[in-house]
Design a protein. Structure first.
Length: 279
């Protein structure tokens, strides 16, 4: 063995412990990872607080202390719960309507090659439109109430769910479908026993991707025309140059988004187990 080859082997062996260490960190248990995340968050808050004291004018970035004070005031007088409920309710309705429409549309076009080719240019042309630009039009159609926020959230959700559902249905093994047909299975049985379970992972990817957009759609609608909701709080704080209020509302939005994502993840885990058992 040459001296250069031996040196390269030494380098490879020396790099292995670092890779193993990174793998151990990535595979850390859930409580340990949660501790790492909490520590990382505390460090970020300390950096933010220090920056607001010595580097940047608090008028522009506020500070964690001021944000916590604002959250405490809103919690003490109870006003924040009305705004949270208004946003969550509209987000839930928009997400459900958009998801149902996206899943049904994706399955229908996924199993219908003719209609898929017929509607393909129209679907992708509409999908290319900036959905947020539809907000003024939706407000004109549905008014200033909750309907316009729900409609905007549903529009943002439906195409993300549709594209993933359609892709999942088209990726189902055709040989598997043909084999089930040979056993005299009905179309409904093929759909429920083969196509839908096989596409479930794709569907949940779309749902997880679409959930934040449902919240975003509602927030945008509340910022444009509303007198309640977290988006309204952000808009009001901005118009009053209240940086602490804006960051407080954004903090609540971020926490809600994280919780909703965990709920979808839990639902996916349960349904993935159902898919395995059903096979």
């Amino acid at each position: 063995m040459s001296e250069q080859t031996a040196l390269e082997n030494v380098k490879v062996r020396a790099a292995v412990p670092d890779a193993d260490q990174g793998g151990r960190l990535a595979a850390a248990s859930t409580p340990l990872m949660a501790a790492y995340q909490i520590i990382f968050g505390i460090v970020l808050l300390l950096i933010w607080q220090a920056a607001s004291l010595w580097l940047i004018d608090p008028f522009f970035i506020s500070s964690p202390v001021e944000v916590l004070e604002r959250l405490w005031i809103w919690t003490r007088d109870g006003s924040i719960f009305l705004h949270i409920w208004a946003t969550l309710y509209a987000t839930f309705l928009g997400f459900v309507i958009g998801s149902v429409a996206g899943v049904l549309g994706g399955i229908w076009l996924g199993v219908s090659p003719f209609f898929s080719r017929l509607l393909n240019p129209y679907i992708w042309a509409f999908n290319a439109l900036p959905k947020v630009a539809l907000a003024p039009l939706l407000i004109l159609w549905f008014g200033l109430g909750i309907q316009s926020k729900v409609a905007l959230a549903a529009v943002l959700v439906v195409f993300l769910v549709f594209v993933n559902t359609f892709s999942g249905v088209r990726e189902v093994d055709q040989d598997l479908i043909d084999g089930v047909r040979l056993m005299k299975a009905k179309r409904s049985q093929i759909l429920m026993k083969v196509i839908l379970p096989s596409a479930m992972s794709w569907i949940f990817v779309g749902l997880k991707s679409a959930l934040p957009y449902a919240l975003i759609g509602v927030i945008i609608g509340e910022m444009i025309a509303s007198n309640k909701g977290l988006g309204y709080l952000v808009q009001r704080a901005g118009s009053e140059f209240d940086t602490a209020g804006a960051f407080a509302a954004l903090t609540i939005i971020a926490v809600i988004a994280a919780i909703l994502n965990e709920l979808v993840q839990a639902a996916q885990s349960r349904l993935e187990r159902w898919k395995i058992v059903s096979r």
